[in-house]
Design a protein around this ligand. Structure first.
Ligand SMILES: [Zn+2]
Length: 272
């Protein structure tokens, strides 16, 4: 009995949402089965609260907590995706007080996962914990296709030695060696940068227009889906470090990234 009451409540809510959104179709426009139109309208109404339904989003929290204890594994050479070799992975950077980049990246990715799932997305991560080793950068890059994701965001923080350098920037593979690395990745980067600016974060004081085009990052080179690496801030800069070390700061980073993804998905379609 509780189930049927709940179901009636859901349907009433859905009907109210349809009315509020003006989704009922005029009878005169009907050339197909009205019940199909009703189903489509209902689906649109239900989706209105979960705009990322149908999207699979890959998140790549950079580095890993176990990397520093296994140099042999992370120093093995792997393909960079353009014919050269580079180390499997690195240990990443840290703030002056010792807060590690891998921990920051993983925490933001977890917060972002929660946010995106609430919006209806399916979220897949290149690593499931912050204590393991790797995966290597070529595996991270291939992950977007292997996990059948529609897009991928690699989450990092930068470690410029100059402590006055601050702010976020995005990195896109360039020159493009796949369709996904051209306009799709650039427009995704643009929407993410816009959302970080809207979130009140400081754009990089070292990278022009907060956009870096690079040919040497295997994670981006191997990606065959729209992919952007975000350097969310400078860990050695005191202001950025204070933000990264605070839960509020990390939540704000995650919320801004979610907003950027949402903007990009409004102009694009998920793969079937
Ligand atoms: Zn990093």
């Amino acid at each position: 009995m509780r189930t049927s009451t709940a179901l009636r409540g859901t349907l009433t809510l859905a009907s109210a949402a349809m009315l509020a959104l003006g989704l009922t179709l005029p009878a005169a426009a009907s050339t197909t089965d009205p019940s199909d139109e009703e189903t489509a309208s209902l689906q649109r109404a239900l989706r209105s609260g979960r705009p990322l339904l149908g999207w699979t989003i890959a998140l790549d929290p950079g580095h890993n907590g176990g990397n520093s204890a296994d140099p042999a594994a992370i120093n093995q050479l792997v393909s960079d995706g353009r014919g050269d070799l580079k180390p499997c992975n690195t240990v990443g950077t840290a703030t002056a007080s010792g807060y590690a980049e891998h921990e920051f990246n993983f925490d933001v990715a977890e917060r972002l996962t929660t946010h995106l799932e609430r919006l209806g997305a399916t979220v897949v991560l290149t690593r499931e914990d912050d204590e393991s080793v790797g995966p290597c950068v070529d595996i991270r890059g291939r992950f977007a296709v292997d996990a059948d994701a529609d897009l991928m965001i690699s989450i990092h923080a930068n470690g410029s030695l100059n402590t006055t350098t601050e702010g976020y920037f995005a990195i896109v593979a360039d020159p493009a060696i796949s369709e996904s690395q051209g306009e799709p990745s650039l427009s995704l980067a643009d929407d993410l940068l816009g959302a970080l600016a809207d979130g009140g974060f400081t754009p990089s004081t070292a990278v022009e227009d907060a956009l870096s085009l690079r040919s040497d990052l295997a994670t981006l080179n191997f990606a065959r889906r729209p992919a952007v690496m975000l350097e969310l801030g400078e860990m050695r800069n005191p202001d950025d470090a204070a933000l990264m070390e605070s839960e509020e700061g990390r939540q704000a980073y995650a919320d801004a990234i979610a907003a950027g993804i949402l903007t990009w998905t409004e102009d694009n379609e998920p793969r079937d």
